[in-house]
Design a binder for this molecule. Structure first.
Ligand code: NAD
Length: 503
């Protein structure tokens, strides 16, 4: 099938963008090289997408540098207006963006329509509104002086994002960076570039000046590495695996660029024996199975108080087995395929890892038998009871619809297990005991805690981790701090300074 036929079959009304977006124009890679992006439902090729190399990173950085003076000095409200217009355009294109995201990533269309697209628009809108509200301070210093701070954009920022929420991550990263006046070179994951390129097109339509955003899909080891190393990129913001995060930090050392890292997680989701079990069972399924478990904040360690474990697991397993797997473009689908075949194989391999260490497979652990899913990257919802919290499946990020069940006998043991990994990103607890809830929120080694809920995000609420889950925060005022630097300005208003060198 050619691209036009694929567009029509997927119900897309506008062209699929498959070139790099540099300096306000869609262009081929300097090398002419392309990389196919696949539909994970059947592994068919959707499009051949231009693959950025070092030369393209150079072009993109040069364009971003040229655009910086005008963009950074534009009235903040004017920058905000463009982001607000973008948010409106995203909403107008909801169906188009939702279909494209589902086609490229495997997100169920129901989720793309009701979560990915509205959250993306909401995040751009939030930072559009923020642009002229983020301000410096005046500081009460010694008599005769006025001291104030300016919040200045950092400069050209590099942003490298993964494939699990490509559309939404454009807004988490670019929303605050643009509101603060930075210009951008963004590299989406090589396997899911399509909605990022569409956003670049909508940004141009919203009136974003040429060169302010440059979108360059390409390999991490080439284009990503070049961004992390680049001497004229002032900051790199990265979302992805902890191993790549480490490489980025090393590569950034050349010009001591500012680094922000959102890395992996192994979220503890703790259910106490006084919890509302109906809510906890449903919420815990959402915590792990939403987006096929491909979420850094997934509740991938399900920790149950031993008194309720049997009852919980019986109902939780039945619920997991009832989740409807299917073509992401089908509105009835509740769980789609994983985003790549390579990743599916990695996730399935963890079933063997679990067995080898004495784990019990309570559900899933394999690809579904249905013939219509045979060519796709599907994995059944998988529940594994681990022998010990030290087992690999209780320590390593699987990043799939794969939940590891652990039990505990009291609060102290629950806390020790919950804090017993190198990660510290999302975490949740279910209890009706108010004091315990806040005590755990205080004591959990985590960037985010959800009480009687899981996986809530909002553009106003800081998002990020501690430990091996990274540093820095996305969203809210914290994100604006990450994308600005502080300048302190001293003015002698009427201070009488005795001469330093009396003559
Ligand atoms: P990954 O680290 O392999 O890739 C992420 C991005 O980095 C991709 O764009 C890739 O091309 C690029 N990359 C790869 N090598 C690079 C290099 N040497 N230099 C620069 N860039 C390079 O991660 P992944 O497997 O695509 O994504 C899954 C991971 O992302 C999981 O570990 C998950 O937990 C994490 N994640 C974290 C968050 C968060 O906010 N903390 C959110 C989503 C995903």
């Amino acid at each position: 099938m050619n691209l036009a036929a694929i567009q029509t079959a997927a119900g897309l009304n506008t062209p699929i963008r498959h070139q790099l977006f540099i300096d306000g124009r869609f262009v081929d890679a300097a090398s002419g090289q392309t990389l196919p992006t696949l539909n994970p439902h059947d592994n068919s090729v959707i499009a051949e997408v231009a693959m950025a190399g070092r030369e393209d990173v150079e072009r993109a950085v040069a364009a971003a540098e040229r655009a910086f003076p005008k963009w950074s000095r534009m009235a903040a409200a004017e920058r905000g207006r463009i982001l607000l217009k973008l948010a409106d355009l995203i909403e107008t294109h909801t169906e188009e963006l939702a279909r494209l995201e589902s086609l490229d990533t495997g997100h169920p269309i129901k989720d793309s329509r009701t979560l990915d697209v509205p959250r993306t628009a909401g995040c751009y809108r939030y930072f559009g509104g923020m642009a002229d509200k983020f301000q410096g301070e005046t500081i009460p210093v010694e008599a005769g002086f006025l001291n104030y701070t300016l919040r200045e954009p950092v400069g050209v920022v590099g942003q490298v994002v993964p494939w699990n929420f490509p559309l939404m991550f454009t807004s988490w990263k670019m929303g605050p960076a643009l509101a603060a006046g930075n210009t951008i070179v963004m590299k989406p994951a090589e396997i899911t570039p399509l909605t990022s390129l569409k956003i670049a097109e909508l940004m141009a339509e919203a009136g974003l000046p040429d060169g302010v955003v440059n979108m360059i899909p390409g390999l991490g080891s080439v284009a990503g590495q070049a961004i992390a190393e680049h001497p004229r990129i002032a900051k790199v913001a990265f979302t992805g695996s902890t191993a790549t995060g480490r490489r980025i930090v090393e590569a950034s050392a050349g010009n001591l660029k500012k680094v922000q890292l959102e890395l992996g997680g192994k979220g503890p989701n703790i259910v106490f024996d006084d919890a509302n079990l109906v809510a906890a069972i449903n919420g815990s399924a959402w915590a792990i199975f939403h987006n096929q478990g491909q979420a850094c904040i997934a509740g991938s360690r399900l920790m149950l108080h031993e008194r309720i474990a049997d009852e919980f697991l019986e109902k939780f397993t039945a619920l997991a087995q009832s989740i409807r797997l299917g073509n992401p473009l089908d509105a009835a689908t509740e769980m789609g395929p994983l985003t790549s075949a390579q990743h599916r194989d990695r996730v399935l391999a963890y079933t063997e890892v679990a067995r080898e260490q004495g784990g019990r497979i309570l559900a899933g652990g394999k690809a579904p038998a249905a013939a219509d899913l045979a060519r796709g990257c599907y994995v059944e919802p998988t529940i594994v009871q681990a022998g010990s919290w030290r087992d690999r499946v209780a320590q390593e990020e699987v990043f799939g619809p794969f939940v590891t069940v652990l039990t505990f006998k009291d609060e102290a043991e629950a806390l020790a297990i919950a804090n017993g990994t190198d990660y510290g990103l999302g975490s949740g607890l279910w209890t009706s005991n108010l004091q315990r809830a806040h005590r755990f929120a205080r004591d959990l080694h985590a960037g985010m805690v959800w009480i009687n809920s899981y996986k809530r995000v909002n553009p106003g609420s800081p998002f990020g981790g501690v430990g091996q889950s990274g540093y820095g925060r996305e969203m809210g005022f914290d994100a604006m701090r990450e994308y600005t630097q502080v300048k302190s300005v001293w003015v002698n208003v009427d201070a009488q300074i005795p001469p330093w060198y009396p003559r």
